[in-house]
Design a protein around this ligand. Structure first.
Ligand code: HSE
Length: 439
């Protein structure tokens, strides 16, 4: 073994925290043999000392005050798994200020306070590791930081929320309603403590901000990203997508527009062509496609949520932190290296679209809508009309679908706004982007 036993302080003993604790205990021999460094868990901070836990842990290790970890001169490394934003921020900041390397799996704290914490980490020369913040067990952070370091990243597209992917898969394959699929995901330990972040797209958005900061070396904040969740995905669109050769996925898209010196940053449920690898990523699995100028296309796949996959990522960082504790003053923590990049306005982003109107079945509807598309130079690639339902007043509604060629979002927005203002339609249609992955 190299040097003295390193002392770890673990904050948080929830789903991931208990997985980390158990694996650090169970696989100690293997980890120590591989790292050639011995370690001990010196203290574990929890929110509530009285809570009954599944994990077997000596009561004298527990404290309900994380300051005891940060203030303990014998603790070398802090593992932050308390979740949430503000308290976690205070903890990570205090640990970095105290000169203790931090391993965190907390995407929310990095999305909101990352720019400040990365700067502090650089100023203090104390590393902050965050592999578990994105993609659960997938080693995407290390890959972007190290293996792909020579690449200009052209784009990142991926499925990075396990819960929403599990829900969309259950809706498609078992016809489950969203609420039932969510409650299954919660039972399996995939969902966030507040699952609204899984459903409204913000968990994926937090991870996307981290990936974008890392890939482009730029500070970013949550106001820069455009976010839509899966809450409005209906079974009619899931089956229409299937008939048209697509699968609906909550997709993160990060693209560098070199000519505009701007980033495209968005999270939206989108149509993915069935022949694309991302379309076959099901259940809790995540996949992240990274395109670099040197490497070309790569795709990273694995379990994106859950106790063990996420613990695997946390412990990878703990071992990295332990190794770097043995290197005098050198570490691989992340430091933003460019000025804040501009973000492309959503109106300027270009994709094909699926647009589904719910219309009263009466003469001239298709013609009226199609002529508005023509007015704004939005080109239709296909249409279909199906019987929808008869409402309580006996009026027949049809699903009228237009597939449109790639255009700026702002043009399609004008079409829809004018249709609504002219009372051609009584409600706005359902719109999904179609990702082609060919730029
Ligand atoms: N709730 C998250 C997910 C957990 O479903 O992906 C991993 O961050």
């Amino acid at each position: 073994m190299i040097g003295e036993t390193l002392q770890l302080g673990l904050a948080g003993l929830g789903t991931v925290g208990s997985g980390v604790y158990e694996t650090l205990c169970r696989n100690r021999e293997l980890l120590e043999a591989r790292a050639q460094i011995s370690y001990a868990i010196r203290k574990v901070a929890v929110g509530n000392l009285a809570r009954k836990r599944d994990v077997q842990i000596a009561p004298e290790l527990l404290t309900d005050n994380w300051h005891e970890l940060v203030d303990d001169p014998d603790i070398d490394i802090i593992i932050e798994l308390i979740g949430g934003t503000d308290e976690a921020y205070r903890l990570v900041k205090a640990a970095l200020m105290a000169g203790k390397p931090v391993v965190t799996g907390n995407k929310a704290v990095l999305a909101v306070y990352g720019s400040e914490l990365f700067k502090l980490s650089a100023e203090m020369n104390v590393p902050l590791y965050f592999e578990a913040s994105c993609g659960g067990g997938i080693p995407i952070i290390q890959s972007l930081q190290n293996s792909l370091i020579c690449n200009k990243v052209q784009s990142i597209a991926g499925i990075i929320n396990g819960t929403s992917n599990y829900i969309l898969t259950s809706m498609k394959e078992q016809g489950l309603p969203l609420s039932e699929a969510l409650s299954n995901a919660q039972k399996l330990g995939f969902a966030e403590a507040d699952p609204s972040f899984d459903i409204n797209g913000w968990d994926a958005a937090h991870k996307a901000l981290i990936l974008a900061m890392l890939a482009y070396g730029t500070p970013l904040s949550p106001d820069k990203i455009h976010v839509h969740g899966i809450e409005k995905v209906e079974s009619v669109d899931i089956s229409m997508a299937e008939k048209l050769g697509y699968t609906i996925k909550l997709l993160v898209v990060i693209k560098h527009h070199e000519a505009d010196k701007a980033l495209e940053l968005r999270v939206q449920p989108s149509f993915v062509p069935q022949q694309h690898l991302l379309a076959s990523v099901n259940g809790v699995f995540n996949a992240i496609a990274v395109k670099g100028d040197i490497v070309g296309e790569t795709i990273f796949y694995g379990r994106g949520a859950g106790k063990n996959p996420t613990s695997s990522a946390v412990i990878g960082d703990v071992v990295l932190a332990m190794r770097e504790c043995r290197l005098n003053g050198y570490h691989t923590g992340f430091l933003p290296y460019t000025k804040e990049l501009a973000v492309l306005p959503m109106g300027e982003t270009v994709t094909p679209y699926y647009v589904r109107f719910d219309i009263h079945d009466r003469p001239g509807m298709i013609a009226a809508i199609a002529s508005m598309f023509a007015k704004y130079d939005v080109s239709i690639s296909a249409t279909s009309s199906n019987f929808g339902y008869v409402d309580e007043d006996g009026v027949q509604h049809n699903h009228l679908v237009f597939m449109v060629h790639a255009c700026k979002w702002v043009r399609l927005k004008y079409v829809l706004r004018e249709l609504r203002e002219n009372h051609v339609i009584d409600r706005l249609p359902v719109v999904f982007r179609i990702e082609t992955f060919n730029d």
